[in-house]
Design a protein around this ligand. Sequence first.
Ligand code: 5GP
Ligand code: MN
Length: 324
Amino acid sequence: MNAHPSEAITGAIKRATRILVLTHIHPDGDALGSQLGLGTILRGLDKEVFLYGEAAVSSLYEFLPGSQEISEGLPDLSAFDCAISLDCGDAYRLGRKMEELLTVKPFIVIDHHAGHQDFGDLRWVDPHRASSGELVYDLAVALGAEVSQAAAYCLYAAIVADTGSFKYSSTSADTFRVARELILKGVNPAEVAGKLFDNFSRARLRLFLRVLASLQLHADGRIALITAPNKLFGETGAAPEDTEGFINYPRALSCVQVAVFLKEAEAGIVSASMRSKGSDLNVAKVAMAFGGGGHRNAAGFKIGDTTIEKLSAELLPALQTLLV
Ligand code: 5GP
Ligand code: MN
């Protein structure tokens, strides 16, 4: 666990001329904010930067400066002399092009997931840090790089997104130190919070009402389950990525210790988002048992060829064992 990136990492970045910057599939605010922020920082160092994403950026994050520069097509990878993966805890979450992407050398991995599975050539993984945005800021400092207002905006959004507005247990003095530096660079916290949280379309609100109405409480109210079957998206006109943040509402019930959201974004494929409270309830362990991963208090996985009913029948008992 290093508080700073190694000289091997900063040296490799300084020597590189064409850098591929990546993050995980279905990127959240931390993933995209970190990717876009680092892209801008590296361009400020006169690097040629290519931002790759397997799918189009969710409309929820289009407000991030530079979001339209993330490209879904892969260029000739032999032209790169460095790749940097951000916020990705497991190589398979690089997506369908994982094997090709990993051919870029050196492949640098910067991440903060507790259950991080090593991949790549040079790694800076610190699970004590609340967001990858925080790490990218400290990388910029170690590189002696300028952090422009646009980059600061992306990194600040990354931090707010991954700490639930500085609420989660991962929030530390380092989080506030970096947030302060970013605000001093011109970020307006109220504006970022508005873009991240006061951003519902009418379709998204329709979906939200239906998903909340699915609430079930188990284990004397200690486990909350909400669900979004595939047909709900057609019925409400909302997109699967519009469910971002819904899990926080069952989690907000005072009696709830573990909240689960099962979403069928594509027919027969169900993803699970889990949240827990406190240091004794490790949902990452359960996620890993189902082939996923994440952090102690926020983890997930995805399973094909199943239904919400089938998966909840397997998952609820596994979560109950955490409570005893
Ligand atoms: P969310 O519930 O917001 O989708 O994800 C919560 C945390 O779990 C995130 O840190 C994310 O990286 C991790 N996570 C979610 N889904 C998966 C998955 O399918 N595999 C792995 N390894 N981690 C996941
Ligand atoms: Mn993150």
